[in-house]
Ligand binder design. Structure first.
Ligand code: PCA
Length: 324
């Protein structure tokens, strides 16, 4: 018996030695469609790490909320249920106002403006993530946000009572201030929410409307360029600290590549998806002056509210951006 135990131990040792050092599989939950650029960039990032580490760390992506729903991803990574994940930062503004720095209405309305703001804000977001037991790897912006409806809309008066799908604190607040009725729905559930009448409008990029084929339910997309929110990829801090320097280096390099690829792909996807909405039969147009003016006034209120909750750190970011 003793001999057998020894033999088994020896076999186990040989099996371990044959594996690459500390081979690990990391599941990476993602919330958006597999065909969306965020998910494709994430898959490329995963391959980059798997190859770069010689298979020591194999990252496997799970898009479309298939492993964890969007609103569960940050907690799952924080608590170590999984080691890595991607999440829309502004969905967590209620936990830390800094996560909503990319959703201050009408502060930025183009990719270039957004990138300038992000450069200033990134250290504060990184710090906030660290406080939440997360190591920041990279992030990628969505295209500018516009409004989807099932009818022509010319003013805030036309919005009263509409059921509005929100994805963050800012989108829910915008609904309240325009007299709409917010209901939080993940993008993966959006088509169903529109089909069943749970929601009849929302704010998002052309990308998400295209990914979810919303022309099956809605008729109008109004470009308002309210803001450009970001998805961030982060690692559980204990898992990160457990990596050796070589593995950390591979991940950091792959993350830098992913950030660059993501930005390019987001820009490319903008016009492509607006054209796709048109091909689907939707009216795609800039919002009229009255609607824009009224939304800007609401944006002012929201900006003041954000500045109050985000304190000195938030004000410093906005001031630096405005004064550069
Ligand atoms: N799409 C995501 C967030 C922003 C965007 O453009 C969504 O609607 O959930």
């Amino acid at each position: 018996m003793k001999k057998l135990t020894h033999l088994m131990a020896a076999t186990a040792l040989t099996a371990t030695a044959a594996m690459p050092a500390m081979a690990e599989k990391w599941d990476m939950p993602m919330a958006y469609a597999a065909t969306n650029f965020h998910s494709e960039v994430g898959a490329n990032f995963a391959n980059c790490v798997t190859e770069g580490s010689g298979g020591a760390i194999e990252i496997v992506t799970h898009p479309s909320g298939s492993l964890f729903a969007g609103n569960e991803i940050m907690r799952a990574v924080q608590t170590g249920q999984t080691n890595i994940g991607e999440r829309l930062l502004s969905a967590h503004q209620n936990e830390n106002p800094i996560y909503g720095v990319d959703s201050i209405p009408f502060l930025v309305s183009s990719f270039d403006e957004h990138e300038a703001l992000w450069k200033i804000a990134q250290p504060a977001v990184k710090k906030a993530l660290k406080e939440d037991n997360l190591h920041y790897l990279y992030s990628v912006p969505w295209p500018p946000q516009g409004l989807y409806f099932n009818k022509e809309v010319n003013s805030v008066e036309d919005l009263k009572g509409i059921k509005f799908r929100s994805y963050s604190t800012a989108t829910a607040r915008m609904a309240e201030l325009t007299g709409m009725l917010p209901v939080q729905v993940e993008a993966a559930e959006l088509s169903q929410a529109l089909a069943t009448g749970v929601a009849e409008s929302f704010i998002s990029s052309g990308a998400t409307g295209y990914d979810r084929k919303v022309w099956e339910h809605l008729t109008h997309f109004y470009e308002v360029d309210a803001w450009l929110p970001r998805n961030a990829v982060f690692v559980n801090m204990d898992a990160w600290n457990g990596l050796d320097d070589a593995a950390k280096g591979v991940m950091t390099d792959c993350a830098a590549k992913a950030a660059e690829e993501g930005l390019t792909r987001s820009k490319e996807y903008t016009q492509f998806t607006l054209d796709g909405l048109k091909e689907g039969g939707m009216t795609v147009t800039r919002a009229g002056d009255q609607l824009v003016g009224e939304l800007q006034a609401i944006g002012e209120t929201m900006t003041q509210e954000w500045l109050e909750t985000a304190g000195d750190e938030g004000s410093a970011i906005v001031d630096t951006y405005k004064n550069q």
